[in-house]
Design a protein around this ligand. Sequence first.
Ligand code: MG
Length: 168
Amino acid sequence: MIHQDLQAALNSQINQEFCAAYNYLGMATYFDAQNLDGFASWMQMQHNEEQAHAMKLLRYLQDRGGQVKLESIGSPRSEFGSPLDIFKLSLEQEQKNTASINDLYELATRLNDHATKSHLQWFIDEQVEEEKSVEDIIALLTRIGDDTAGLLYLDDKLGARQAEQVPV
Ligand code: MG
């Protein structure tokens, strides 16, 4: 049986992953409305990945005999100033997520829950990738500035992203 504190923290993380998914979906719809299909597709993939993260944690909690408690998800933002603003918000979201995964790992360590630590290791590694990919795009958008040709080039590049399979 999983410790009550860890169960509560996992439920909170499940909610956070679903919120992140919904926020990315809001960003995808914004880009779609701007006819930036590559950016929209990239954000849609982020949405799918975050949902898969939530489900991976949800199944884990169930496998451990824990009780899943689904919390409400707020409306995502759908109006933004610029693509750069959106990716800065994405980075903030990812950094917040990294911090809460780390907190979860520390709690599992304090409670000597080795199985949860092992499960969370995948998320810790995944967050390194998540932050890096958003930081790379921020760097490119900063260089592009107001150059429309640069923005359309990046739109093409992001549109070529292949969906990754999140292991169950
Ligand atoms: Mg995630």
